[in-house]
Structures are given as structure tokens and as C-alpha cells.
Design a protein around this ligand. Structure first.
Ligand code: ADP
Ligand code: MG
Ligand code: MG
Length: 249
């Protein structure tokens, strides 16, 4: 089953065209890795899929669960199960971490026709996951990401992911700035979310994270297009030869 099919996607930021006819097909339940050099358009792709306002799609389609979502609001994409862990998570002073997350979780539950979680039920689950991810309990009531270290921000992204139970998870350089303990905690959290239905798009320019989260497919993104798709064996070849050696088929 195809969960997402991106066809001929053109997108720009300001006046600059970044995605230049990108095609990508994702299978349900699989881990797809996007690898590519800095500036290739990887983060722009993640923002185009989630509907970030910086990115303007000028042509092409993003078919998700059979519908073109290009004109959907970001909130509606999230409600339909798309989740992005940002390369650089934003700090939002004055917004309580637990309050923010409970609002998001309950919006999703409402959308699914489920009863809202009350504060006690929600906090019990949040505390369980905070412990599991090796986060400090005080993070629950701090302002969202404010003054969090790089590793704490990434753990907090994974916490959100685990609470929201998305269908399509996009991880943009989740490994950047992580020490080995944080990398392990974050990867274990992600691997626990694998259930054969949920799909993952793991964006990275280093192969290290792929030692922890095993990909089914590797796609190479260069200059705004996917130029190669292969199995996990491609990782070793990229390590050896670099992105420069990959040319469009
Ligand atoms: P990657 O994630 O692969 O490193 P990005 O998608 O972040 O690449 O960026 C692709 C290109 O778009 C780069 O040349 C970058 O400088 C440019 N770009 C990204 N964000 C902006 C922005 N807000 N304004 C102008 N140019 C941008
Ligand atoms: Mg970059
Ligand atoms: Mg990036």
C-alpha cells in the first residue's frame, strides 16, 4: 500500500525554487530514508509535506492516503496523522509544555471521535514517557523548548510523537547535535512506534542514525529532486563515495 505519493513537486521559498520536480513514493509501514547534501532541499521537502507557511508549492501533488493535500492547512494535515520533528524545534516562551501537548492530543482525539483525556490521565501518560525517554520531570512544566539543550529538544519532539501516535512520521535530522545516550533514547522511542502500519521518513545527511533506525528504502535528494532510490545497501556506497558520485539515473 502506498501511503504517500509525491508527484512532480515544485516548491519555492521566497523567490527561490528549491524543489524542482520531486517524485517520491512511500509505502505504508516502511522506513524511507532521505539522504542528501546540505542545501539539497531536505528540510524544504519536510515543510512542503506538513504545510509550513515558508514554503510555496507552485506545481505538482502530494497525495496522502489518496488525497492531494497541497492546499490543506497544516493543522488538518496534523489531524490526519502527519507529524514532523523539526531540525530546529522552536522555543515558545510562556507556553507550558504539558498544556501545549494536551491541547494537541485532545484536538486529535476529538477529530477521531474519542473522548478527551482529562489532566490527570494525560499527565500520567506524559510522566511515563518522560521517564522512558530519560527526560527530567521538570520539563513537563517548563515553557515549550525554552532553554532546552539540543538533546532535550529532540527528546521532547519524540515525546510529542509518542503522545500523538501519528500515521506518517517525518524526522528531519533527528540525530543532529545528539550525544550517544540521547541518540539511543530517541532511536528506541522511534523504533517502539514501528507497528507495520505507521510510516517513517527519516531525513539525514549522515548515515549514523541509520545504524539505529533500520531503513527499508534509501532515496538520494540532490538539487531539489530524488535522483536515486535503492535498498539499505546504498548507505555503504554513499559513505564510501559521497553524494558527488550519485548521478541522476
Ligand atoms: P537541506 O535541509 O537539504 O540542508 P534546505 O531545504 O534547508 O536544505 O534548504 C534548501 C535551500 O533553500 C538552501 O539553499 C537554503 O539556503 C534555502 N533556504 C532554506 N530556507 C530558506 C529561507 N527561509 N529563505 C531563503 N532561502 C532558504
Ligand atoms: Mg541544512
Ligand atoms: Mg535541513
Amino acid at each position: 500500500n502506498v501511503v504517500m505519493n509525491i508527484e512532480n513537486l515544485h516548491a519555492r521559498i521566497g523567490e527561490k525554487e528549491i524543489l524542482k520536480g520531486l517524485n517520491l513514493q512511500m509505502e505504508e509501514g516502511k522506513v524511507h530514508a532521505i539522504m542528501g547534501p546540505n542545501g539539497a532541499g531536505k528540510s524544504t521537502l519536510s515543510k512542503a509535506i506538513t504545510g509550513h507557511y515558508d514554503v510555496e508549492v507552485t506545481d505538482g501533488a502530494i497525495n496522502y492516503k489518496g488525497q492531494d493535500i497541497v492546499d490543506w492547512e497544516p493543522e488538518d494535515r496534523a489531524l490526519e496523522g502527519i507529524f514532523l520533528s523539526f531540525q530546529n524545534p522552536v522555543e515558545i516562551p510562556g507556553v507550558n509544555n504539558a498544556y501545549f501537548l494536551r491541547t494537541a492530543v485532545n484536538a486529535k482525539r476529538k477529530h477521531l471521535g474519542l473522548p478527551e483525556l482529562n489532566a490527570a490521565e494525560f499527565l500520567r501518560e506524559m510522566k511515563r514517557l518522560v521517564t522512558e525517554l530519560g527526560m527530567k520531570p521538570e520539563m513537563i512544566n517548563r515553557s515549550l523548548n525554552e532553554g532546552f539543550s539540543g538533546g532535550e529538544k529532540k527528546r521532547n519532539e519524540i515525546l510529542q510523537m509518542m503522545m500523538l501516535q501519528p500515521d506518517l512520521i517525518i524526522l528531519d535530522e533527528i540525530d543532529s547535535g545528539l550525544d550517544i545516550d540521547a541518540l539511543r533514547a530517541v532511536s528506541e522511542g522511534i523504533n517502539k512506534m514501528k507497528d507495520g502500519k505507521r510510516s517513517f521518513l527519516v531525513i539525514t545527511h549522515y548515515s549514523r542514525i541509520l545504524d539505529y533506525i533500520e531503513p527499508d528504502y534509501i532515496h538520494v535528494l540532490k538539487d531539489g529532486r530524488i535522483v536515486k532510490t535503492a535498498g539499505p545497501e546504498l548507505v555503504a556506497e554513499l559513505e564510501e563515495k559521497g553524494y558527488g558520485a550519485i548521478e541522476e539515473a
